[in-house]
Design a protein around this ligand. Structure first.
Ligand code: AMP
Length: 555
C-alpha cells in the first residue's frame, strides 16, 4: 500500500511529514538536517537551488531569486523571467515541492509518489487548482489539497486531545492569515467557519521593520534617495528585518546594521517600538476573528472552548498577549511550525487506510463499497457489522505495518466548509447586473445546489453563464465585489418565449472543485462545465513545465 506524505507548502517555509507505524506524525528533515526549508528558489545558471542557500543568495543575486511565490498562486499575471524563459508561480512552487520530497526520499531511503498538500483556508478555486498543479508538475500524485487550519486541527485533535470541544485556530504564517472555528469530536473534525486574509502574514511585520530602517538611514545619513530601489540593499534589509523580528520574540531589543552606498548605519530596535509600528497589523487579525465569530453565531455557534495558535509568526509575544486580552482566555501555542505538515500527513494516512479498509471489507463480504467518510456512515450504508470492520482493520494493520489503533483512528471523519461564495451573473428588474450566489461561504462541502433563472427575451439564442467567486455571505451583490472564474454557454432551441426557466446546478466537492450544470426546461438541452480556470497553468504549457521538471535534481 502506498504511503501518502503531507506537505506544508508555506509562503516562507515548507516542510514534509509522514505517519510512522504507530500512527505518529513525524517531520522529515531536509539534507541540511532542518525541519523547515525556506520556500525560496534560486535560478543558478541551469541549476535550481531551493532552501537556505537560495535565501542567502538573494543578497547577491536578487534578480535570480524568487521568494513569497505563494502570494502569487493562481495569479495569471505573475511571471518570473529567467534566461528568456517565463515561469509561472505553479512551476516555481513545484521546485519547492521537489526539494522537500527529494530530501525526504533521501532521508527515508524510499520513493515518494503520493502527497497531500496544504493551502490557506482562504484560497479560492484558482489558488487551490494552482497548488494542485504545482504538485503535479513536480511529478507527484496529489491525493488532496486540504486547508492549513484543518490540517493543524487534525494534528491537534488526533495527537493532543480527543475530547469534544470547539476551538479557534489562529494561523499566522509567513504570508497568510487564517482564522477557523473547528469542532473536534472523538470521531470527527468539523470546520464550522473560516475567514482571514491571504495577504497578511509575518512578511508584513518584516516590511514594517524595513520601512523603519529606511527612515532611520535617511535621518542618520541625510541621503534622500529611496535605498530600496537598490535590489541588493532591499534583499539585505528584508533578511535583516526577518532576523530582527525573530530575535525580538526572545529579547527586548536587537541591533541591526544597514549598509548602502558605502554608508553603514547601526540601529537598535526595541520590542516595544516594533510592536508599536505593527499594531495595526495585529488589530487586523483581531477584526477578522470578530467577523468570523459573527458568521459562526449565524450558524448557531456562539462560544468556543480554546484558541490554538499555529504558524511561525504566532511566536511574536504580543500575539498571545493581545488575544488573551481580547477573549479573556489563554491561547495555546501548538507546534507552530510543524502541525500543518503533520496534520496533512495524518490526513494522507487516513486516505490510504480508508482505501485499505474498503478493499478488505469488499473482499471479505463480497459487497461493493464506495469511499466513505466515517465508519458509522459505512455501517449504515451497506450494512457491514462492527465485527467485519474490526476484522478488516486487523488485516489492513497486518499488511501495512500500522498498529491496529492507528488504523482505527484513521476513520475519523473530516468535514470542511467553503471559504468562498459562488454564483452567477443575473439581471434584476431594472436590467442591472448582479451576482446571485448559489453557494455561500462557510457552507459545508461537498454541496450541491440548484436554482432556476429565466431567459430575458423571446427568441434568445444562447445563455451566457458567468461564474463568479466572492467573499460575501449575501445572496446578491454588485459584480464589482466578485471575480469571474469561468463561463459556460448554453445553446437554446429556436422560437422560445421570454422567461423560459434555465436550471443551474453548482456542485462543489471536498477538493474545492466546482462543477456546473445548466439545463433549459423546454427541450432539456444542457451544458456541463468543470471549472478549469484560465488563471492556472494548463494544456501545452502544463506539459512543458512537467517535462522541464521531469528528471530535474533540485539542489
Ligand atoms: P510559517 O509559514 O508557518 O512557516 O511561518 C513563517 C513565518 O513565521 C515567517 O514570517 C517567519 O519569519 C515567522 N517566524 C518564524 N519564527 C518566528 C519567531 N521566532 N518570531 C517571530 N516570527 C517568526
Amino acid at each position: 500500500m502506498k504511503k501518502v506524505f503531507g506537505i506544508d507548502l508555506g509562503t516562507t517555509y515548507s516542510s514534509i511529514a509522514y505517519v510512522d507505524e504507530y500512527g505518529k506524525p513525524v517531520i522529515l528533515p531536509n539534507v541540511e538536517n532542518q525541519h523547515l526549508t525556506p520556500s525560496v528558489v534560486f535560478f543558478d545558471e541551469g541549476n535550481i537551488v531551493v532552501g537556505d542557500v537560495a535565501k542567502e543568495s538573494s543578497k547577491i543575486y536578487p534578480d535570480e531569486v524568487v521568494s513569497f511565490v505563494k502570494r502569487s498562486m493562481g495569479e495569471p499575471n505573475f511571471l518570473f523571467e529567467y534566461d528568456s524563459k517565463m515561469y509561472r508561480a505553479e512551476e516555481i512552487s513545484s521546485y519547492i515541492i521537489r526539494k522537500v520530497v527529494q530530501d525526504a526520499e533521501q532521508n527515508l531511503g524510499e520513493k515518494i509518489t503520493d502527497v497531500v498538500i496544504t493551502c490557506p483556508a482562504y484560497f479560492g478555486i484558482n489558488e487551490r487548482e494552482a497548488t494542485k498543479k504545482a504538485g503535479e508538475i513536480a511529478g507527484y500524485n496529489v491525493r488532496q489539497i486540504i486547508n492549513e487550519p484543518t490540517a493543524a486541527a487534525i494534528a491537534y485533535g488526533t495527537v493532543e486531545s480527543s475530547e469534544r470541544k470547539t476551538v479557534l485556530v489562529y494561523d499566522l504564517g509567513g504570508g497568510t492569515f487564517d482564522i477557523t472555528m473547528i469542532e473536534i469530536k472523538p470521531d470527527a473534525i468539523e470546520v464550522i467557519c473560516t475567514g482571514g486574509d491571504h495577504n497578511l502574514g509575518g512578511k508584513d511585520w518584516d516590511d514594517r521593520i524595513v520601512s523603519y530602517l529606511v527612515e532611520k538611514f535617511k535621518n542618520k545619513t541625510g541621503i534622500e534617495e529611496d535605498i530600496l530601489d537598490d535590489p541588493d540593499t532591499c534583499q539585505e534589509l528584508q533578511l535583516s528585518a526577518e532576523k530582527a523580528k525573530k530575535v525580538l520574540s526572545q529579547r527586548e531589543k536587537t541591533p541591526i546594521a544597514i549598509t548602502h552606498g558605502g554608508e553603514r548605519v547601526k540601529v537598535e530596535l526595541e520590542r516595544k517600538k516594533f510592536e508599536e509600528i505593527t499594531t495595526d497589523l495585529l488589530e487586523r487579525t483581531i477584526a477578522f476573528i470578530h467577523d468570523m465569530l459573527e458568521e459562526a453565531r449565524k450558524k448557531g455557534y456562539d462560544k468556543f472552548d480554546e484558541i490554538i495558535l499555529v504558524g511561525g509568526a504566532t511566536r511574536m509575544p504580543l500575539i498571545m498577549k493581545r488575544i488573551k486580552e481580547e477573549f479573556s482566555m489563554e491561547p495555546k501555542s501548538f507546534d507552530p511550525d510543524e502541525s500543518i505538515a503533520k496534520g496533512a500527513a495524518i490526513y494522507g494516512c487516513k486516505l490510504v487506510l480508508n482505501d485499505g479498509l474498503i478493499k478488505k471489507i469488499s473482499e471479505n463480504t463480497g459487497k461493493k463499497i464506495k469511499p466513505f467518510d466515517d465508519l458509522i456512515e459505512l455501517t449504515d450504508a451497506v450494512d457491514v457489522t462492527p465485527a467485519q470492520i474490526q476484522e478488516a482493520a486487523r488485516q489492513v494493520a497486518g499488511e501495512t505495518g500500522y498498529t491496529l489503533a492507528a488504523v482505527e483512528r484513521s476513520a475519523v471523519k473530516v468535514k470542511n466548509v467553503t471559504s468562498k461564495s459562488f454564483g452567477v451573473i443575473v439581471r434584476n428588474r431594472q436590467n442591472e447586473e448582479l451576482v446571485f450566489n448559489l453557494i455561500t461561504r462557510n457552507t459545508s462541502v461537498p454541496v450541491n445546489t440548484k436554482k432556476a433563472f429565466f431567459t430575458g427575451i423571446a427568441d434568445q439564442e444562447t445563455v451566457l453563464i458567468r461564474i463568479m467567486e466572492n467573499e460575501t455571505s449575501e445572496k446578491t451583490l454588485p459584480p464589482q465585489y466578485a471575480i469571474e472564474i469561468g463561463t459556460a454557454v448554453l445553446d437554446l432551441p429556436d422560437g422560445l418565449p421570454a422567461d423560459l426557466p434555465v436550471e443551474i446546478t453548482f456542485n462543489l466537492d471536498m477538493d474545492g472543485c466546482l462543477q456546473i450544470n445548466a439545463v433549459e426546461t423546454y427541450k432539456s438541452r444542457c451544458v456541463d462545465v468543470t471549472l478549469n480556470t484560465c488563471a492556472v497553468i494548463n494544456g501545452e504549457e502544463l506539459e512543458e513545465a512537467k517535462a522541464r521538471c521531469n528528471n530535474l535534481f533540485v539542489h
